[in-house]
Write a protein that binds this ligand. Structure first.
Ligand SMILES: Nc1nc2c(ncn2[C@@H]2O[C@H](COP(=O)(O)OP(=O)(O)OP(=O)(O)O)[C@@H](O)[C@H]2O)c(=O)[nH]1
Ligand SMILES: [Mg+2]
Length: 439
């Protein structure tokens, strides 16, 4: 996610890392690189200007440069400010105090409203709610039928209104939802561009149904345009919160970084794929960590907790922190993968994981890996360097694989360990961590 921006920012922050002393000029130089990275990512100019000037004020400030670890302090400040820019804390969906909660999805054509309507209903169902979805898209032929089909595929109830009047339809479905559901997600029509007709229609629907939350669905790939659209919707008071879609695509990231600051509305979820389960909560702090290359160990641990028992999850967390991830742990992970997600997803959440792209793990090889590791002795699993030529042959024969396959596994595992060690190798030996905060 946001790989390009992340790479550039990490490079800029590299100017601060492992530096014993920093002058004011060094800080300015580093922050200039940060600024360029943000502008290239299509982050709104005013947002960048403001962000950099806050950073400058805090970094050049009195006690940072004279501290023992100025580089680390600067990196910590960048992370804190980026978290703030993205909105601080994750904000959950508002829920009606009494009766039906209504979520009205608005946005331009093709932004992902219909897809996200069903995803959000799926999320609500996962929270123990009983959601209904309904389409008020009278604009595009077949739009209502499309929602009905998506909903059916996801096992979500759908009730589309009769007739051809949007407002009457909105009232009709709200009444229907009150009868047997606790939340209603309303899909609406999109337009190619923001126009008054669309705004007026949405205004009327809003007044007719009094949504608990009007949610603007924004295509993050449209960058600065998405932010302009959001600004117009926010000015017309047509939006309470935002969902950014298509963050899995090759987006430069400008919308993700600017939209909160420009509209004042929180981003609550992100869409990370076309499929129904690709809706994630937007945690500003974790996103900032991931962008700056500190990984998202928290999300990984949460996922692990959801699929393993708590004890195992804590153990994994400890091992990742202490960098004692052995082949034995690797094998246990392989066995949990069905529940945990793909290797690629797991790697992408480890610090520096995005850089492992070239390693090319093949999901279909996982069973073979399991067999190979099972043919090793416990000593070999904790200490793979003892696996010499004859041991490799024995392992290949024992697991019914080839020498090349054993070599490939060992090579991949060693690259993974090296990456984990590189995290803070030298500094760890000296007994201190290079991170200004715990991962
Ligand atoms: N990669 C990716 N594609 C997405 C995501 N969300 C939606 N899409 C795709 O974007 C396209 C448009 O999505 P729709 O849900 O139909 O968008 P819409 O806003 O309802 O469009 P209109 O009804 O025409 O206004 C579809 O091909 C979706 O599969 C996402 O998070 N990631
Ligand atoms: Mg639609």
């Amino acid at each position: 996610m946001l790989a390009n921006l992340s790479e550039k920012l990490q490079k800029a922050l590299g100017l601060f890392r492992n530096r014993g002393r920093l002058s004011e000029a060094d800080v300015k130089k580093g922050l200039r690189e940060v600024k360029l990275a943000l502008l290239e990512a299509d982050v709104n100019y005013l947002v960048v200007k403001d962000f950099i000037s806050r950073l400058e004020q805090r970094c050049v400030g009195s006690d940072v440069l004279t501290s023992l670890t100025p580089g680390q302090q600067v990196i910590k400040i960048v992370r804190d400010e980026l978290t703030d820019l993205l909105g601080g804390q994750w904000q959950s969906l508002s829920i009606a105090e009494r009766g039906l909660s209504v979520y009205m999805m608005v946005g331009l054509q093709g932004s992902g409203k219909t897809t996200t309507t069903v995803k959000l209903a799926g999320y609500l169902a996962g929270q123990g709610k009983k959601p209904l979805v309904s389409s008020l898209d009278y604009q595009r032929p077949g739009a209502r039928e499309q929602l009905a089909q998506f909903a059916q595929g996801a096992g979500i109830d759908c009730h589309n209104p009769e007739g051809e009047d949007v407002i009457a339809g909105a009232k009709q479905v709200t009444a229907a939802a009150r009868a047997g559901y606790d939340c209603l997600v309303l899909d609406t029509a999109g337009r190619l561009h923001v126009d008054d007709e669309l705004m007026d229609e949405l205004d009327q629907v809003r007044q007719a149904v009094h949504p608990t939350e009007a949610i603007l669905v924004l295509d993050s790939m449209t960058g600065q345009d998405a932010v302009n659209v959001a600004e117009v919707f926010a000015k017309r008071s047509l939006v309470d919160s935002i969902i950014l879609t298509k963050l899995d695509s090759d987006t430069r990231g400008g919308a993700a970084l600017s939209v909160r600051s420009i509209t004042g509305c929180p981003v609550k979820f992100i869409g990370t794929g076309e499929k129904q389960d690709k809706l994630e909560k937007f945690h500003p702090d974790r996103m900032a960590s991931q962008i700056l290359g500190f990984g998202d160990v928290l999300t990984l641990v949460e996922k692990a907790e959801a699929s393993f028992d708590r004890g195992q999850a804590r153990e994994l967390e400890q091992k990742l922190r202490r960098q004692q991830f052995t082949l034995e742990d690797f094998r246990q992970q392989l066995r949990q993968f069905d529940k945990l997600g793909s290797m690629e997803q797991v790697l992408s959440m480890l610090p520096g994981g995005a850089k492992l792209d070239g390693l090319d793990f093949d999901q279909r090889e996982l069973a073979r890996y399991d067999a190979i590791i099972s043919s090793m002795t416990p000593g070999e699993r904790t200490n793979p360097q003892i696996i010499n030529g004859s041991r490799r042959k024995r392992i290949a024969a024992g697991s019914g694989t080839s020498l090349q396959q054993v070599n490939k596994l060992l090579k991949q595992f060693s690259a993974m360990q090296k990456m984990l060690r590189q995290l803070d190798g030298k500094a760890l030996k000296k007994g201190k961590t290079p991170f200004p905060f715990k991962i």
